[in-house]
Design a protein around this ligand. Structure first.
Ligand SMILES: Nc1ncnc2c1ncn2[C@@H]1O[C@H](COP(=O)(O)OP(=O)(O)O)[C@@H](O)[C@H]1O
Ligand SMILES: [Mg+2]
Length: 462
């Protein structure tokens, strides 16, 4: 691998806990080693051994049911509607009743995608390819990043990302190249004319437009863009208990974004729901046992936290939904950090140290190496391996950044830091060694190399 291994810290992990941050040395990030003949560039998305279409979501019947509803609606000509804003082709998907049930973002309509319908992006990409996109991200994998964020959210029980998975959908309202549409129309016409003359015989199988792979995120109702909510907050302050609830949700957003190193978390990419409940609604919620913070995004039931002092007035439920997670999981720490800050770091909520609640939720999980490696890294790797341009070496680099982020986060929480202080910590990379630089034997996730990126402390101007 790289020749400068000795300059870095090699950590023997024997007790299954992530090491404390200890040695600082300069980052000298190795370039990818040249492709060896044995390195697979798997075409897994088109691999016949993988289940086709959406059969991989049967492990989640509720989610699978939503996808079925979407397919039925499309068959019934209730087509997905393109979202006007944004830089790529994203669609509100509806059910047969016309109610929006999800947001679908096809891979080939992403900013880098071949069929991005936004012509300004196409012009930008064509005229100035060198400055298009983000150098730290693997291009055209937004749909996997969206689904990956949902995995991290579920595994850490943060419950702020509406369930998102990679699925395939076909619909007339998606952006298909003209030749594909013409081909389908021509085949239909030939079938009809042959059928008229030859007792319904067909020349071509009646295939429709080819399905597109993309991310499908469940739609959450009654949320407003954080931008709008935060402006409102400037005028009307929240009651104390609601402020506390909001702070707890905010911390979850910080944990998610920091771990996945989201490069696009502005205040238009997270939503807030402020719901006032009547006393009877609140009591019903308490009595039906759904008071867990859990599934508020994936079923309609919401919860309320109350205490003696607040039980006399209607309960307020405040929730955050982290949407638009398509520009995360970089394979290196961003060089141009000024362009990709976490915008929440400027909020007053970021100045408060992490609460005991969030610490007790995530520290036990994140300081367990087995959990980090098998539940987070392996799952992300499995997801990313579905892409037809999958390159294991790049995914390893993405995971090295993610492990470094986790290391920093746990350290910051243990040190009683705030989110604002967290983002000022220098970036760290924790690589998994596939061979021991000292000649020993490394099998499995036993050894990690920790590399500090001390070129800049983030947010150093504060
Ligand atoms: N899961 C969702 N539930 C509810 N509204 C959503 C959801 N996802 C997106 N939206 C709405 O659609 C808008 C655009 O979505 P976003 O994911 O930010 O797309 P883009 O990639 O085009 O920026 C958001 O500002 C939000 O209002
Ligand atoms: Mg957006």
């Amino acid at each position: 691998m790289n020749s400068d291994v000795d300059e870095h810290t090699v950590i023997n992990v024997t007790n299954n806990t992530l090491p404390d941050v200890c040695i600082v040395s300069s980052e000298n990030q190795p370039l990818l080693p040249p492709s060896s003949p044995g390195t697979p560039n798997m075409e897994l998305a088109d691999n016949p051994h993988l289940p086709p279409w959406n059969t991989n979501i049967t492990d989640d019947p509720e989610y699978a049911e939503v996808i079925k509803q979407a397919e039925r609606a499309i068959e019934g000509s209730i087509l997905p509607v393109r979202i006007a804003a944004g830089s790529s082709g994203s669609y509100f998907v509806r059910n047969l009743e016309g109610k929006t049930i999800g947001v679908f973002k096809p891979k080939d309509e992403e900013p880098y995608g071949r069929f991005n319908p936004k012509w300004t992006k196409w012009l930008h990409k064509t005229l100035c390819p060198c400055c298009f996109g983000r150098g730290c991200l693997i291009p055209n994998q937004g749909y996997l990043s969206e689904a990956g964020a949902s995995i991290i959210d579920t595994k850490l029980r943060l419950n702020i990302v509406p369930k998102t998975r990679a699925v395939r959908l076909a619909a007339d309202s998606f952006n298909y190249p003209a030749y594909q549409r013409h081909l389908i129309t021509a085949k239909r016409e030939i079938n009809e004319s042959v059928g008229r003359r030859m007792h319904g015989r067909r020349v071509f199988q009646p295939k429709g437009l080819p399905p597109k792979i993309g991310s499908f995120q469940l739609f959450v109702e009654n949320y407003v863009d954080a931008d709008v909510f935060l402006k409102q907050l400037d005028h009307d302050s929240l009651p104390e208990d609601v402020t506390k609830q909001f702070q707890r949700q905010f911390e979850r957003l910080v944990v998610l974004d920091y771990i996945i190193r989201n490069t696009d978390r502005n205040n238009g990419n997270w939503l807030v729901k402020y719901e006032v409940k009547t006393n009877s609604e609140r009591d019903m919620t308490k009595n039906d046992g759904s008071g867990d913070e859990g599934d508020h995004l994936n079923n309609a039931v919401t919860t309320s936290t109350t205490d003696e002092a607040t039980s006399t007035r209607p309960a307020v439920d405040i929730r955050i939904a982290a949407i638009d997670n398509g520009l995360a999981f970089p394979f290196k720490h961003p060089d141009e950090w000024r362009t990709y800050p976490f915008h929440w770091a400027w909020l007053p909520q970021a100045k408060t140290p992490f609460s005991e609640e969030i610490k007790s939720l995530v520290i036990p999980l994140l300081s367990d190496l087995n959990f980090v490696q098998h539940e987070l890294c392996d799952e992300i790797q499995r997801l990313f391996s579905q892409d037809k341009n999958y390159d294991r070496r790049f995914v390893e680099r993405q995971l090295s950044v993610m492990r470094g982020q986790i290391l920093n986060l746990v350290q910051a929480m243990r040190d009683g830091k705030s989110p604002f202080q967290l983002v000022q910590m220098p970036g760290v990379i924790v690589e998994r060694l596939t061979h021991d630089p000292h000649g020993g034997d490394v099998s499995g996730p036993k050894q990690f190399k920790q590399i500090f990126n001390d070129r800049y402390p983030l947010f150093s101007w504060f």
